[in-house]
Ligand binder design. Sequence first.
Ligand SMILES: *Cc1c(COP(=O)(O)O)cnc(C)c1O
Length: 221
Amino acid sequence: MIKEDVRRLLNELPEGVELLAAAKERNAYEISEAIKGGIKIIGENYLNDALGVINEVTQKAEWHFIGHLQRNKVKKVIDIFDMIDSVDSLRLAKEIEKWCEKRNKVIPILIEVNSGEENQKAGVSPKDVMQLIKDISSLNYVKIMGLMTMGPRFGDPEESRPYFRKTREIFEQIKDLYLPNVEMKYLSMGMTNSYEVAMQEGANLIRIGTKIFGQREGSQT
Ligand SMILES: *Cc1c(COP(=O)(O)O)cnc(C)c1O
């Protein structure tokens, strides 16, 4: 059913919107089914989860790290992931730079924006995004490719709209600056309950878990 659900979802999506399958707590079989259905990007929140499945998934896919990244995990993360979608500090970016330099590998990243400005949430506050991007753009082995935001996880997706809109505005502002070493290509917003609103607000990369794989065990959402 995963395969069919992915196909249906892909058919629904407008031209230019890419779909990432958020695969936390999913096994290699489930992930493989999603790829067979047409998924090209797999997102994982934890290094250990990814290590547990990545060698068993034989189909080709791009792997994105989408969770909160601790600096002591960076070395392994850059070895197995193709992109890090959740960079929210210069300190973290410099750690990534350090290991990528040793590997002589440039890694694409997204900057995670805490668009709801919630204290407990990861992400850089909207007012600090511009400065962070300018700082990171001077690094040589890290390439900024856009923004990611979770938005507050309210029940009603309409409640997320102002946060998506704000993130889009920041995205456009930075894009218009044509900063060297910055390519504002991806605006990653929207999950199962909010992806339609997110696309209306300009998301071109959406991250879907539940709608592809079904409800997670013990999950409230
Ligand atoms: C789990 C997760 C998603 C997907 O959430 P669903 O509601 O299951 O679609 C998207 N992004 C991130 C960062 C996640 O952790």
